[in-house]
Design a protein around this ligand. Structure first.
Ligand SMILES: Nc1nc2c(c(=O)[nH]1)N[C@H]1C(S)=C(S)[C@@H](COP(=O)(O)O)O[C@H]1N2
Ligand SMILES: [Mo]
Length: 410
């Protein structure tokens, strides 16, 4: 990181930088006035300890940051900030001035553009809180053969945190839309890795119907606190159930479009899959791809940790989460005999629409030996997770194959 932008002319940390830092560490900076000139606080050092998070998180890339959780770390019903995966396409903005932060709503399909301060948003609209599943479309990519390019996520690029903010539909009603509105697109303040401010990082969006759902939020809080800097502080678009790439971090603009949004990573083959199934390894031309919308049904075993050893006769409180994009999960079954027989688990209702659901089962494994435990969820339309690799696709998206863990009984 270039640190020169952090300091004022006298060599002290800029006011905005201190505010950013307070956002990062989640509290005010004690003795901020006593920091020596030219001093770089640890949170801005590399690697940034506040970005690295829980010690068991797995760093796939640090420029930009891409960090995932092992499945066993995702045991909480509501994902805590330190166990939440990070998927950045660019560089985290390094100074954020809360007093000057604004959200602009513009585009061809607004009657007139309008701008709100953070305070306007908090005061003028009703506040809502929802638990929302954010899963990177590339989650599970490591499971595809032949291998596809991109971060080799295993199972942990998914979270379900509690987001607080205002409904995008309330803001859009206040702005006033034209009849031809079909799509929205976001813009965030992150910088391209080249640090070239003219290069866009990512600007995705959703059809207006999804944008106007009750659960689509413009959020400023996560799990009851300011959103951590890594996850979009101070403002984020949060759209549950769809590829998490549509949930724009460091949000400053939403454009209401009269055509499918054409921002960075909406075009080409990004976040798209072939319209017709292809043979693994075959990459059809661009016009034969469609944009991924709702994510497919999926589940995780979060306890026990793969590789666990239990005593014969000891019961295991097997558990995890299941989710199904815009749908709900109807059943979760597990097998410990390589899929020959299946047992039904208890499945809880979601806290709200688009939240993941907890499932559990008390299990006793019948004899000593090595076992694999497989979990399979089925959604309310009767669609099941596949046992093995689903439809291969050139960008390696939407791998919702069953999660498996190994357990030894001694
Ligand atoms: N501004 C901005 N928003 C972004 C991204 C980004 O790089 N920049 N990455 C997107 C992608 S691809 C994913 S999967 C999610 C990751 O969210 P998280 O890092 O908070 O877990 O953020 C999305 N929003
Ligand atoms: Mo993503």
């Amino acid at each position: 990181m270039d640190h020169s932008s952090l300091f004022d002319r006298r060599g002290f940390l800029k006011k905005g930088v201190l505010t950013t830092m307070a956002g990062l560490v989640g509290t005010r900076i004690a003795f901020a006035d006593r920091m020596p000139t030219g001093y770089i606080p640890l949170v801005f050092a590399e690697p940034n300890p506040m970005v690295i998070k829980h010690k068991d998180m797995v760093v796939l890339n640090d420029k930009p940051w891409n960090v995932e959780a092992p499945a066993s770390l995702l045991d909480d019903a509501v994902t805590p900030a330190d166990k939440m995966f990070i998927r950045n396409n660019g560089l985290i903005p390094d100074s954020i001035d809360l007093a000057k932060w604004e959200l602009t709503i513009n585009g061809e399909s607004v009657k007139a553009p309008k701008t709100y301060t953070l305070n306007d948003l908090k005061k003028r609209f009703k506040t809502y809180t929802y638990q929302l599943v954010l899963e990177c479309a590339g989650n599970g990519r490591a499971g595809y053969t032949p291998q596809t390019a991109g971060n080799q996520w295993t199972d942990g690029a998914v979270s379900c945190a509690e987001w607080t903010g205002v409904r995008l539909k309330d803001i859009l009603a206040d702005v006033g839309l034209k009849d031809d509105a079909v799509y929205i697109g976001y813009l965030g303040k992150d910088l391209h890795v080249s640090q070239d401010p003219t290069k866009p990082v990512i600007s995705r969006g959703v059809p207006i119907k999804k944008a106007l759902e009750d659960e689509t939020l413009v959020a400023w809080a996560m799990n009851g606190k300011d959103i951590p800097l890594t996850h979009g502080h101070p403002l984020r678009l949060v759209v549950g159930g769809w590829p998490a790439s549509v949930s724009g971090k460091w949000l400053h603009t939403i454009s209401v479009r009269n055509k499918v949004h054409d921002g960075a990573k909406m075009t080409g083959k990004s976040y798209k899959v072939p319209i017709n199934p292809v043979q693994p390894g075959v990459d059809p031309p661009e016009d034969q791809f469609r944009i991924i919308e709702s994510m497919p049904v999926k589940s995780l075993i979060t306890f026990p940790k793969t590789g666990a050893t239990v005593d014969l006769g000891q019961s295991i409180a097997l558990r995890g989460h299941a989710w199904a994009g815009d749908r709900t999960v109807k059943t979760v079954q597990i097998s410990f005999d390589f899929g020959s027989t299946w047992q039904s688990c208890k499945v809880q209702n979601p806290k709200n629409r688009l939240a993941w659901q907890q499932w559990s089962i008390e299990l006793k494994l019948p004899q000593k030996g090595y076992y694999e435990i497989w979990a399979r969820a089925v959604d309310d339309a009767g669609v099941s997770q596949p046992m093995v690799m689903p439809q291969w696709n050139p960008e390696g998206y939407c791998n919702n194959a069953c999660h498996r863990i190994a357990v030894k009984v001694v």
